[in-house]
Design a protein around this ligand. Structure first.
Ligand code: GLU
Length: 483
């Protein structure tokens, strides 16, 4: 194992979405490529919005994607606890250290006061920075405030500087921020919980994280986190901020775009490795040309230097193309079990495993997700289909032809593809009907549709009785309509 340590740090306030999954994946790929460790940390300081149930959902989704963690829930690596809500003493200790060292101070400003000041700076056109009011309290004043029972938070004292603040980012290069961008910021809230920027820096430092790979929306937070590392005397990790994911309208991907949770994709029957393949290309590219990569390929090729610095567009059609390639390439053996529950009940009752596997083989020619199996395999639905007007129109005048086919099929001794095909050809000769005129009415009689997979495969799998029964139903419908 190398000493590379990365982490994925989701907040359990909802299911894992595409953006989170992509962040988890980049961390996991980097860890596996480097032979390092992938740590899962649960950022549940927002007690009201977090829940054990949502955490369990996240874990299920991460596992389903195949991104097993080396340390985290259920796996203590000696750097725990892995939930921020169980680490409050750690934050408290570090915050005390900073206060003792004069790098942080207690703050008694109320939310109303702060709001008033923010408004004032807005009207005066100043950036809304904290004015440092509580910096200067002496011991006596502190006691007085405490006795008055005012809510007490802890603020980080940002050293005055007129130098630009720099983040050296592995994905974006050197990024500069204005010197006055940050004012003294709260590190411990009055309810005893740490703020995000403090908790994350303490944890990453304490857990020995070497590389922080996360969404670009956190780039500016890095400035505050670097200040915390410096004040705590901890070495800062290296950072790689990965591009935002946008919807096709170039707005940040959200529920509005149908922005999908990983759970939705699981339920719709996408193979996890197809999703992983697609997500890997949201902000990263390979050296080669192939876009269809196995998880193993991705691990061996993953490299932070090829992370893009411009946003990527989430495109479900591309996902479907990649996924259909995986399904086609993987073949029935690989995906059959996963696909099985997606067969309509009626098909599962009627056919044995061998037949279902054969149907899957045919229907998976272009199948991005197993949810579409029912539609792709509809020609194999047992029993006479329904006939709409177009179907009846296309079959009109073919009742004689269908009757001959039915007769021949009924007495055919070997119900397999070769003989079935021969019977159709012989019927053509006998009736003088050729090509489309011969095959189309038969296909429609049996499947209700003008298009579908290879007709003789359908006939053989559907079985003699089902086929002749459906032809009889078609003939009846044609005559009811008046020929
Ligand atoms: N809990 C944060 C989030 O979900 C983690 C950000 C980070 O990786 O630092 O956005």
């Amino acid at each position: 194992m190398s000493d590379v340590r990365v982490r994925f740090a989701p907040s359990p306030t909802g299911r894992l979405h595409v953006g989170g999954a992509r962040t988890a994946l980049f961390n996991w790929l980097f860890a596996r490529h480097e032979g390092g460790s992938f740590i899962l940390r649960i950022e549940d300081t927002d007690l009201e919005r977090s829940s054990a149930q949502l955490e369990q959902g996240l874990l299920d989704d991460i596992r389903w994607l195949g991104l097993e963690w080396d340390e985290g829930p259920g796996k203590d690596g000696g750097h725990g606890p892995c939930r921020q809500s169980e680490r409050t003493e750690i934050y408290r200790d570090y915050a005390d250290k900073l206060v003792k060292a004069g790098r942080a101070y207690p703050c008694f400003c109320t939310e109303e006061e702060l709001e008033r000041k923010r408004e004032a700076s807005k009207t005066e056109g100043r950036p809304p920075r904290y004015d440092g009011m509580c910096r200067k309290f002496g011991r006596e004043e502190l006691e007085k405030k405490r006795e008055a029972g005012l809510p007490e938070s802890v603020r980080f004292l940002v050293p005055e500087s007129d130098e630009v603040r720099i983040v050296e980012d592995m994905a974006r290069g050197r990024v500069e921020f204005p010197p006055d961008m940050v004012g003294d910021f709260v590190i411990m809230r009055s309810n005893g919980m740490p703020t995000y920027n403090f908790a994350v820096a303490v944890d990453d430092g304490d857990m020995g994280i070497t590389h922080v790979i996360r969404g670009a929306e956190h780039l500016s937070n890095t400035v505050r986190q670097l200040l915390v590392y410096e004040a705590l005397g901890m070495p800062a990790p290296r950072f790689a901020h990965i591009p935002l994911i946008l919807g096709s309208d170039r707005a940040k991907l959200s529920k509005r775009h149908g922005a999908p949770n990983i759970e939705d994709y699981r339920k719709r029957g996408y193979p996890p490795e197809a999703l992983v393949n697609y997500l890997a290309f949201l902000g990263w590219s390979t050296r080669g040309d192939s876009e269809i990569l196995s998880v193993g390929d991705l691990v061996s090729e993953f490299d932070l230097s090829r992370v893009s610095d411009s946003p990527s567009i989430f495109d479900e059609e591309k996902l479907n193309w990649i996924s259909a390639n995986h399904v086609r390439g993987g073949g029935s053996e690989r995906y059959f079990e996963q696909a099985l529950p997606f067969f309509p009940e009626r098909m599962r009752q009627r056919y044995g495993r061998g037949e279902l596997a054969r149907i899957f083989d045919i229907a998976s020619e272009n199948l991005p997700c197993f949810e579409r199996l029912a539609a792709e395999a509809v020609s194999f639905m047992p029993g006479p289909p329904g006939y709409d007007d177009d179907a009846l129109e296309a079959m009109s005048g073919s009742d004689g032809l269908l009757a001959v086919l039915k007769e021949r099929f009924s007495v055919l001794s070997d119900w397999s593809e070769g003989p079935v095909r021969t019977e159709i050809k012989e019927t053509g000769k006998e009736t003088g009907v050729k090509g489309k005129g011969l095959y189309m009415p038969l296909r429609i009689a049996v499947t209700g549709m003008a298009h579908g997979p290879d007709l003789s495969s359908i006939l053989v799998i559907r079985g003699r009785e089902d086929v002749t029964g459906s032809i009889a139903a078609a003939i009846e419908n044609i005559s009811k309509r008046g020929g």
